[in-house]
Design a protein around this ligand. Structure first.
Ligand code: DOR
Ligand code: ZN
Length: 344
Protein backbone atom coordinates (compact mmCIF):
# COMPACT_ATOMS: atom_id res chain seq x y z
CA UNK A 1 0.00 0.00 0.00
CA UNK A 2 1.54 3.31 -1.11
CA UNK A 3 0.35 6.86 -0.77
CA UNK A 4 1.75 9.86 -2.68
CA UNK A 5 0.98 13.31 -1.31
CA UNK A 6 2.16 16.89 -1.72
CA UNK A 7 5.38 17.45 0.23
CA UNK A 8 4.35 18.34 3.80
CA UNK A 9 5.35 21.15 6.16
CA UNK A 10 5.87 21.21 9.92
CA UNK A 11 4.11 24.22 11.44
CA UNK A 12 5.82 23.96 14.86
CA UNK A 13 9.41 22.80 15.30
CA UNK A 14 12.26 23.21 17.79
CA UNK A 15 15.70 22.93 16.19
CA UNK A 16 17.84 24.38 19.01
CA UNK A 17 21.20 25.93 18.10
CA UNK A 18 24.90 25.16 18.14
CA UNK A 19 26.42 21.68 18.13
CA UNK A 20 23.27 19.55 18.11
CA UNK A 21 21.36 21.49 15.49
CA UNK A 22 22.82 19.79 12.40
CA UNK A 23 21.95 16.42 13.94
CA UNK A 24 18.27 17.30 14.34
CA UNK A 25 17.50 19.45 11.29
CA UNK A 26 18.51 16.61 8.98
CA UNK A 27 15.51 14.59 10.20
CA UNK A 28 13.04 17.38 9.41
CA UNK A 29 14.59 18.13 6.01
CA UNK A 30 14.11 14.49 5.00
CA UNK A 31 10.30 14.79 5.05
CA UNK A 32 9.31 18.43 5.27
CA UNK A 33 9.73 21.30 2.81
CA UNK A 34 9.24 24.07 5.37
CA UNK A 35 8.96 24.43 9.12
CA UNK A 36 7.95 27.13 11.56
CA UNK A 37 10.98 27.46 13.81
CA UNK A 38 10.39 28.11 17.49
CA UNK A 39 12.37 31.00 18.98
CA UNK A 40 12.87 29.69 22.55
CA UNK A 41 16.66 29.64 22.44
CA UNK A 42 18.75 30.92 25.29
CA UNK A 43 18.70 33.87 24.95
CA UNK A 44 15.41 33.94 22.99
CA UNK A 45 15.08 35.23 19.42
CA UNK A 46 13.34 38.54 20.04
CA UNK A 47 14.34 40.68 17.06
CA UNK A 48 14.19 40.44 13.28
CA UNK A 49 17.96 40.64 13.03
CA UNK A 50 18.40 37.78 15.53
CA UNK A 51 15.86 35.73 13.58
CA UNK A 52 17.77 36.39 10.34
CA UNK A 53 21.05 35.31 11.94
CA UNK A 54 19.42 32.15 13.38
CA UNK A 55 17.98 31.38 9.95
CA UNK A 56 21.47 31.58 8.43
CA UNK A 57 22.81 29.19 11.08
CA UNK A 58 20.01 26.72 10.29
CA UNK A 59 20.70 26.91 6.55
CA UNK A 60 24.42 26.39 7.20
CA UNK A 61 23.62 23.27 9.30
CA UNK A 62 21.65 21.59 6.50
CA UNK A 63 23.23 18.71 4.61
CA UNK A 64 24.38 19.57 1.06
CA UNK A 65 21.53 19.54 -1.43
CA UNK A 66 18.79 19.70 1.21
CA UNK A 67 15.70 21.61 0.19
CA UNK A 68 14.26 22.94 3.44
CA UNK A 69 13.01 26.41 4.27
CA UNK A 70 12.99 27.60 7.87
CA UNK A 71 10.14 30.04 8.54
CA UNK A 72 11.26 32.17 11.44
CA UNK A 73 9.33 33.44 14.46
CA UNK A 74 9.97 36.12 17.06
CA UNK A 75 9.63 35.46 20.77
CA UNK A 76 7.14 37.90 22.27
CA UNK A 77 8.21 39.54 25.54
CA UNK A 78 6.68 42.22 27.74
CA UNK A 79 9.11 44.61 26.04
CA UNK A 80 8.47 43.80 22.37
CA UNK A 81 7.89 47.12 20.61
CA UNK A 82 5.42 47.99 17.88
CA UNK A 83 8.41 49.02 15.76
CA UNK A 84 9.88 45.52 15.99
CA UNK A 85 6.51 44.06 14.99
CA UNK A 86 6.43 46.44 12.03
CA UNK A 87 9.91 45.28 10.99
CA UNK A 88 8.84 41.62 11.37
CA UNK A 89 5.76 42.17 9.22
CA UNK A 90 7.89 43.78 6.51
CA UNK A 91 10.46 40.96 6.54
CA UNK A 92 9.53 37.95 4.44
CA UNK A 93 11.80 35.74 6.57
CA UNK A 94 9.60 36.17 9.67
CA UNK A 95 6.33 34.25 9.48
CA UNK A 96 4.86 34.75 12.95
CA UNK A 97 5.33 35.78 16.58
CA UNK A 98 5.25 33.26 19.45
CA UNK A 99 3.62 33.87 22.81
CA UNK A 100 4.94 31.80 25.70
CA UNK A 101 3.30 32.68 29.01
CA UNK A 102 6.31 33.33 31.31
CA UNK A 103 7.17 30.13 33.14
CA UNK A 104 4.86 27.85 31.11
CA UNK A 105 7.55 25.67 29.54
CA UNK A 106 11.19 25.22 28.42
CA UNK A 107 13.00 28.57 28.04
CA UNK A 108 9.85 30.60 28.65
CA UNK A 109 11.26 32.75 31.46
CA UNK A 110 11.44 35.77 29.14
CA UNK A 111 7.85 35.25 28.03
CA UNK A 112 4.76 37.35 28.60
CA UNK A 113 3.80 38.03 32.24
CA UNK A 114 0.57 39.91 31.55
CA UNK A 115 -1.39 40.14 28.32
CA UNK A 116 -2.23 43.80 28.97
CA UNK A 117 1.44 44.65 28.52
CA UNK A 118 1.59 43.22 25.00
CA UNK A 119 -1.72 44.52 23.67
CA UNK A 120 -0.06 47.30 21.64
CA UNK A 121 2.25 44.75 19.99
CA UNK A 122 -0.68 42.41 19.35
CA UNK A 123 -2.74 45.25 17.85
CA UNK A 124 0.17 45.98 15.53
CA UNK A 125 0.28 42.32 14.51
CA UNK A 126 -3.43 42.37 13.84
CA UNK A 127 -2.93 45.46 11.66
CA UNK A 128 -0.24 43.68 9.62
CA UNK A 129 -2.00 40.28 9.67
CA UNK A 130 1.07 38.71 11.27
CA UNK A 131 -0.01 35.47 13.01
CA UNK A 132 0.32 35.00 16.77
CA UNK A 133 1.31 31.47 17.81
CA UNK A 134 0.14 30.69 21.32
CA UNK A 135 1.40 28.24 23.91
CA UNK A 136 -2.01 27.93 25.52
CA UNK A 137 -1.46 27.09 29.17
CA UNK A 138 -1.96 29.21 32.27
CA UNK A 139 0.93 29.27 34.75
CA UNK A 140 -1.21 29.80 37.85
CA UNK A 141 0.08 27.24 40.38
CA UNK A 142 -3.47 26.92 41.73
CA UNK A 143 -4.52 25.31 38.44
CA UNK A 144 -3.90 21.58 38.08
CA UNK A 145 -1.34 20.83 35.37
CA UNK A 146 -3.92 18.76 33.44
CA UNK A 147 -6.36 21.71 33.38
CA UNK A 148 -3.98 24.46 32.30
CA UNK A 149 -5.03 24.46 28.67
CA UNK A 150 -8.75 24.47 29.39
CA UNK A 151 -8.38 27.35 31.85
CA UNK A 152 -6.20 29.27 29.37
CA UNK A 153 -9.09 29.23 26.90
CA UNK A 154 -11.40 30.89 29.43
CA UNK A 155 -8.92 33.32 30.94
CA UNK A 156 -6.84 34.33 27.94
CA UNK A 157 -8.03 33.16 24.52
CA UNK A 158 -11.67 34.15 24.78
CA UNK A 159 -10.89 37.72 25.91
CA UNK A 160 -8.05 38.01 23.36
CA UNK A 161 -10.18 37.06 20.37
CA UNK A 162 -12.92 39.36 21.59
CA UNK A 163 -10.58 42.33 21.97
CA UNK A 164 -8.63 41.79 18.77
CA UNK A 165 -11.01 40.04 16.38
CA UNK A 166 -8.72 40.66 13.41
CA UNK A 167 -5.71 38.96 15.01
CA UNK A 168 -4.70 35.74 13.28
CA UNK A 169 -4.08 33.15 16.01
CA UNK A 170 -2.67 29.63 15.95
CA UNK A 171 -3.53 27.70 19.11
CA UNK A 172 -0.41 25.53 19.24
CA UNK A 173 -0.21 21.83 20.12
CA UNK A 174 -3.80 21.48 21.33
CA UNK A 175 -4.35 18.59 23.73
CA UNK A 176 -7.96 18.66 24.91
CA UNK A 177 -11.45 18.24 23.56
CA UNK A 178 -12.21 21.71 24.99
CA UNK A 179 -9.54 23.12 22.68
CA UNK A 180 -10.98 21.26 19.69
CA UNK A 181 -14.45 22.60 20.49
CA UNK A 182 -13.11 26.13 20.94
CA UNK A 183 -11.32 26.10 17.59
CA UNK A 184 -14.44 24.80 15.83
CA UNK A 185 -16.43 27.70 17.29
CA UNK A 186 -13.78 30.39 16.77
CA UNK A 187 -13.73 32.82 13.84
CA UNK A 188 -11.82 31.85 10.67
CA UNK A 189 -8.82 33.86 11.86
CA UNK A 190 -8.05 30.97 14.26
CA UNK A 191 -6.23 27.72 13.46
CA UNK A 192 -4.61 25.02 15.58
CA UNK A 193 -1.66 22.67 15.36
CA UNK A 194 -1.71 19.08 16.60
CA UNK A 195 1.37 16.95 17.34
CA UNK A 196 1.93 13.29 16.42
CA UNK A 197 2.55 12.41 20.08
CA UNK A 198 -0.74 13.88 21.27
CA UNK A 199 -2.50 11.92 18.49
CA UNK A 200 -0.79 8.67 19.49
CA UNK A 201 -0.43 8.73 23.25
CA UNK A 202 -2.52 9.49 26.29
CA UNK A 203 -1.25 10.19 29.79
CA UNK A 204 -1.01 6.52 30.68
CA UNK A 205 2.04 6.38 28.40
CA UNK A 206 3.97 8.45 30.94
CA UNK A 207 3.61 5.68 33.52
CA UNK A 208 3.45 2.48 31.45
CA UNK A 209 6.16 0.05 32.61
CA UNK A 210 7.61 2.65 35.02
CA UNK A 211 7.98 6.40 34.86
CA UNK A 212 9.01 7.30 31.28
CA UNK A 213 10.59 10.75 30.94
CA UNK A 214 10.61 10.41 27.15
CA UNK A 215 6.84 10.77 27.17
CA UNK A 216 6.95 13.98 29.19
CA UNK A 217 6.13 17.12 27.22
CA UNK A 218 4.17 20.32 27.67
CA UNK A 219 1.27 20.58 27.40
CA UNK A 220 1.37 17.23 29.18
CA UNK A 221 -0.39 14.21 27.62
CA UNK A 222 -4.05 14.05 28.62
CA UNK A 223 -6.78 11.40 29.12
CA UNK A 224 -7.73 9.02 26.32
CA UNK A 225 -10.96 10.85 25.55
CA UNK A 226 -8.97 14.01 24.77
CA UNK A 227 -6.66 12.08 22.47
CA UNK A 228 -9.73 10.73 20.70
CA UNK A 229 -11.02 14.27 20.16
CA UNK A 230 -7.67 15.25 18.65
CA UNK A 231 -7.72 12.28 16.27
CA UNK A 232 -11.25 13.24 15.30
CA UNK A 233 -10.17 16.85 14.62
CA UNK A 234 -7.03 15.93 12.66
CA UNK A 235 -8.82 13.36 10.50
CA UNK A 236 -11.99 15.43 10.03
CA UNK A 237 -10.68 17.26 6.99
CA UNK A 238 -11.40 20.58 8.69
CA UNK A 239 -8.76 23.05 7.41
CA UNK A 240 -8.45 24.74 10.83
CA UNK A 241 -6.35 21.79 12.04
CA UNK A 242 -2.83 21.13 10.75
CA UNK A 243 0.38 19.36 11.70
CA UNK A 244 2.86 21.01 14.05
CA UNK A 245 5.15 18.28 15.37
CA UNK A 246 6.52 20.25 18.33
CA UNK A 247 9.51 17.96 17.93
CA UNK A 248 11.62 19.19 20.85
CA UNK A 249 15.00 17.50 21.29
CA UNK A 250 16.67 17.26 24.68
CA UNK A 251 19.71 15.09 25.39
CA UNK A 252 19.16 11.77 27.09
CA UNK A 253 20.85 13.12 30.22
CA UNK A 254 18.56 16.17 30.32
CA UNK A 255 15.49 13.91 30.01
CA UNK A 256 16.61 11.11 32.36
CA UNK A 257 17.32 13.51 35.21
CA UNK A 258 15.95 14.38 38.63
CA UNK A 259 14.00 17.17 36.99
CA UNK A 260 13.72 15.95 33.43
CA UNK A 261 13.07 18.47 30.63
CA UNK A 262 9.74 18.61 28.79
CA UNK A 263 9.87 17.75 25.11
CA UNK A 264 9.45 14.78 22.77
CA UNK A 265 11.67 14.33 19.73
CA UNK A 266 9.56 13.08 16.81
CA UNK A 267 11.13 14.60 13.68
CA UNK A 268 12.73 11.28 12.68
CA UNK A 269 9.28 9.73 12.05
CA UNK A 270 6.68 12.49 12.40
CA UNK A 271 5.15 12.04 8.96
CA UNK A 272 5.18 8.24 9.19
CA UNK A 273 3.51 8.37 12.61
CA UNK A 274 0.79 10.64 11.23
CA UNK A 275 0.21 8.09 8.46
CA UNK A 276 -0.21 5.45 11.17
CA UNK A 277 -2.81 7.56 12.97
CA UNK A 278 -4.77 8.33 9.81
CA UNK A 279 -4.56 4.69 8.68
CA UNK A 280 -5.86 3.57 12.07
CA UNK A 281 -8.76 6.00 11.75
CA UNK A 282 -9.57 4.87 8.21
CA UNK A 283 -8.80 8.38 6.98
CA UNK A 284 -5.69 8.07 4.82
CA UNK A 285 -7.45 10.13 2.15
CA UNK A 286 -7.37 13.10 4.58
CA UNK A 287 -3.69 12.87 5.55
CA UNK A 288 -2.58 15.20 2.77
CA UNK A 289 -4.89 17.98 3.93
CA UNK A 290 -3.59 17.79 7.49
CA UNK A 291 0.14 17.55 6.73
CA UNK A 292 0.48 19.39 3.41
CA UNK A 293 -2.42 21.74 2.64
CA UNK A 294 -4.21 23.24 5.65
CA UNK A 295 -1.17 24.89 7.24
CA UNK A 296 0.07 26.46 4.03
CA UNK A 297 -3.42 27.80 3.35
CA UNK A 298 -3.71 29.25 6.86
CA UNK A 299 -0.33 30.97 6.55
CA UNK A 300 -1.30 32.14 3.05
CA UNK A 301 1.76 30.50 1.55
CA UNK A 302 1.76 28.47 -1.66
CA UNK A 303 1.31 24.74 -1.22
CA UNK A 304 4.52 22.82 -2.00
CA UNK A 305 4.99 21.63 -5.53
CA UNK A 306 6.86 18.34 -4.99
CA UNK A 307 5.49 15.04 -3.68
CA UNK A 308 6.51 12.40 -1.16
CA UNK A 309 5.51 8.75 -1.18
CA UNK A 310 4.72 6.76 1.95
CA UNK A 311 4.26 3.02 2.14
CA UNK A 312 2.82 0.67 4.70
CA UNK A 313 6.01 -1.10 5.78
CA UNK A 314 7.31 -1.77 9.28
CA UNK A 315 10.70 -0.50 10.41
CA UNK A 316 12.37 -0.19 13.77
CA UNK A 317 13.29 3.17 15.26
CA UNK A 318 16.88 3.27 16.57
CA UNK A 319 17.34 3.34 20.35
CA UNK A 320 19.03 6.74 20.07
CA UNK A 321 20.25 9.33 17.55
CA UNK A 322 23.37 11.52 17.78
CA UNK A 323 22.83 15.01 19.23
CA UNK A 324 26.08 17.00 19.20
CA UNK A 325 28.34 15.37 21.79
CA UNK A 326 25.25 13.78 23.40
CA UNK A 327 22.51 11.46 22.20
CA UNK A 328 18.77 11.79 22.12
CA UNK A 329 16.04 9.23 22.57
CA UNK A 330 13.39 9.52 19.85
CA UNK A 331 9.69 8.77 20.08
CA UNK A 332 9.14 4.98 19.64
CA UNK A 333 12.84 4.28 20.35
CA UNK A 334 13.56 0.59 19.71
CA UNK A 335 9.97 -0.01 18.59
CA UNK A 336 8.24 -0.41 15.26
CA UNK A 337 6.58 2.22 13.05
CA UNK A 338 4.04 0.89 10.54
CA UNK A 339 4.72 3.32 7.70
CA UNK A 340 7.89 4.52 6.03
CA UNK A 341 8.88 7.22 3.61
CA UNK A 342 9.97 5.89 0.22
CA UNK A 343 13.29 7.64 -0.44
CA UNK A 344 13.72 8.85 -4.00
O1 DOR B 1 7.41 19.83 25.63
C1 DOR B 1 7.76 20.93 25.25
N1 DOR B 1 9.03 21.19 24.86
N2 DOR B 1 6.87 21.91 25.23
C2 DOR B 1 7.21 23.18 24.97
O2 DOR B 1 6.35 24.01 24.99
C3 DOR B 1 8.62 23.55 24.72
C4 DOR B 1 9.38 22.41 24.22
C5 DOR B 1 10.88 22.63 24.27
O3 DOR B 1 11.36 23.67 23.82
O4 DOR B 1 11.57 21.73 24.74
ZN1 ZN C 1 6.92 23.83 21.07
Amino acid sequence: MQLTITRPDDWHLHLRDGRGMADVVVHSARSFARAIIMPNLQPPVTTVSEAAAYRERILAALPPGADFEPLMTLYLTDLTTQEEIGRAAADSGVAAVKLFPAGATTNSEAGVTNLELVLPALAEMSEHELPLLVHGEVVDPEVDVFDREKVFIERVLDPLVERLPGLRVVFEHITTREAVAWVLDAPPTVGATITPHHLLLDRNAIFAGGLNPHHYCLPVLKRGRHREALVWAATSGNPRFFLGTDSAPHSRTAKEAGHGCAGIFSAHAALELCAEVFDGAGALDRLEGFVSHHGADFYRLPRNSGNVTLERHEWEVPAAYPFGDQELVPLRAGEKVGWRLVEE
